[in-house]
Design a protein around this ligand. Structure first.
Ligand code: NAP
Length: 176
């Protein structure tokens, strides 16, 4: 399928395995230069090499960073100041009992599943608007709309909030 994405650049967060990696592979198949992210540099390098071998016409790159760490995020922004497509796929989850969810757990999930994607979106949105091209995609979970009760700490609803807020910001922007 030609989705008209050839030679675009996409940062796919959490793309060394799972859903993020699958998205990165499909984007590379479309001719997109993917920026591979995860905290483990060896995993990132391995994924970059794999995608480069499978799609040699593209230029996948190493965008290793812990996206919860503000200094590592800033370094990532300095290395990659513009992307055409941002896929916020990185997220954590585990089955937990509500009794075990203390403030530290709430904070960890909020920083990881909401704040990291929010910082990335806030950074990349202005240049997308000024270039009059951009896509920001959030991978959330049905836990956001139909909570199972097994992951009370996931606070997935905030990811849906982020999508709606960014959509409204873009709609309201006079440069749109
Ligand atoms: N799997 C499912 O059944 C399912 C269902 C619904 C929704 N989802 C959502 O889909 C998304 C992907 O899920 P998945 O199961 O495919 O994930 P996964 O297999 O656990 O992979 C997570 C990815 O994120 C990276 N990562 C984790 N913490 C990070 C951090 N602080 N900074 C940068 N990278 C980080 C991991 O690499 P490192 O560990 O090396 O950092 C890895 O590349 C998540 O948002 C998840 O909630 C998944």
């Amino acid at each position: 399928m030609d989705m008209g994405l050839k030679n675009k650049t996409a940062l796919v967060t959490g793309s060394t395995r799972g859903i993020g990696k699958a998205i990165a592979l499909e984007l590379a198949r479309e001719g997109v230069h993917v920026l591979i992210n995860g905290r483990d540099n060896d995993d990132v390098e391995r994924t970059v090499t794999e995608i480069q071998a499978a799609f040699p016409e593209t230029e996948p790159r190493n965008a290793a960073a812990d996206l919860v760490d503000s200094r590592q995020r800033e370094a990532l922004f300095a290395n990659f100041p513009h992307v055409d497509i941002l896929v916020n796929s990185m997220g954590i989850y585990e089955i937990m009992s509500y009794d075990d969810v203390d403030d530290a757990v709430w904070e960890k999930y909020f920083r990881t599943n909401f704040l990291a994607a929010n910082h990335l979106s806030k950074f990349y949105l202005p240049s997308m608007l000024s270039r009059e091209y951009g896509r920001i995609i959030f991978i959330a979970s049905e836990e956001a709309v139909m909570p199972s009760g097994q992951m009370p700490q996931s606070i997935r609803c905030h990811q849906i909030d982020a999508v709606v807020i960014i959509q409204k910001l873009v709609q309201a922007d006079p440069r749109r």
